[in-house]
Design a protein around this ligand. Structure first.
Ligand code: PMT
Length: 253
């Protein structure tokens, strides 16, 4: 259908959600299934691109013919993205990256009752005081610290400035972001497009059952830097992926 229009292009796609450890058996995560990101990676592959897919833990099979990098945390995702984008033409961040992580993941499974003598004896008071998970009475609190924003950090770097387009001009990395919104979709999406200086922002309404996390279909809006907005109908994530690459193609010279 789009035979070969991405041949010779190197693209990096992120998919799935990150998992931020609380202790060895628990994490802070989200409902991303990876379907959107895997569809974007597969579509790019089918159109001839060299694809790096950086993925959080998901239950989807690894797509044939893409370079798969598995990560768990936002920090690992950041490292993988930074290591992959240097010679890439395009980055599409469809992963749901955790904005916060537990400050001090516990090296041992956190017990229900901190005061239990056996636990104090085995893990020690000192560790309980310095690691995550202070159970007190019926409550339990975890101190979260902010993760780096991968897309926003890339906006301030000169990544891709060594990449030449087909006319030999230097061209920066094309960056596509997503916005998962539960309210004020338009206003929040505009803000993300500007703040992260994106070339394209795909906003999805994640409150609809036929859109967003886990669904096979998605209802998205495309926000462009010239302030135009496209309102796309609900369609399979494969169709959204095709539409994204159509728009990106017009930005690749
Ligand atoms: O995986 P599925 O089940 O198919 O669901 C798809 C999806 C709903 C996860 C996907 O379509 C989507 O919306 N992904 C982005 C979710 C998200 O984290 O949105 P955000 O508004 O919090 O982040 C905005 C953008 O910044 C995203 O492109 C995100 O990847 C990026 N980001 C966020 C945090 C961070 N620390 N670094 C980032 O680069």
């Amino acid at each position: 259908r789009h035979s070969g229009d991405l041949v010779g292009r190197r693209v990096v796609v992120t998919a799935g959600g990150t998992q931020e450890p609380i202790d060895p058996v628990r994490y802070v995560g989200n409902h991303s299934s990876g379907k959107m990101g895997y569809a974007i990676a597969t579509e790019a592959r089918d159109r001839g691109a060299d694809v790096v897919l950086i993925t959080g833990p998901v239950s989807l099979p690894a797509p044939y013919g893409v370079d798969l990098i598995r990560i768990e945390t936002a920090s690992q995702m950041r490292d993988a993205v930074m290591a992959s984008v240097n010679d890439a033409d395009v980055l599409v961040m469809s992963a749901a990256v955790a904005d916060f992580r537990p400050a001090h993941p516990s090296p041992q499974k956190i017990k229900k009752h901190v005061g239990e003598p056996s636990i104090i004896a085995s893990s020690g008071q000192q560790k309980q005081a310095t690691t995550e998970g202070h159970a007190a009475g019926d409550g339990f609190s975890i101190h979260l610290v902010r993760n780096a924003d991968i897309l926003a950090d890339l906006a301030t770097m000169q990544i891709g400035q060594q990449r030449r387009n087909r006319e030999g001009r230097l061209q920066p990395l094309i960056r596509v972001g997503f916005a998962a919104e539960t309210e004020n979709v338009i206003a929040n999406a505009r803000d993300k497009l500007v703040r992260k200086q994106l070339d394209l922002l795909v906003a999805n309404d994640v409150m609809r059952s036929d859109s967003g996390f886990g669904a096979d279909t998605n209802k998205v809006y495309f926000f462009h830097p010239d302030e135009t907005v496209e309102d796309l109908p609900v369609m399979p994530k494969t169709g959204v992926a095709a539409a994204i690459w159509d728009r990106v193609l017009s930005l690749l010279t």
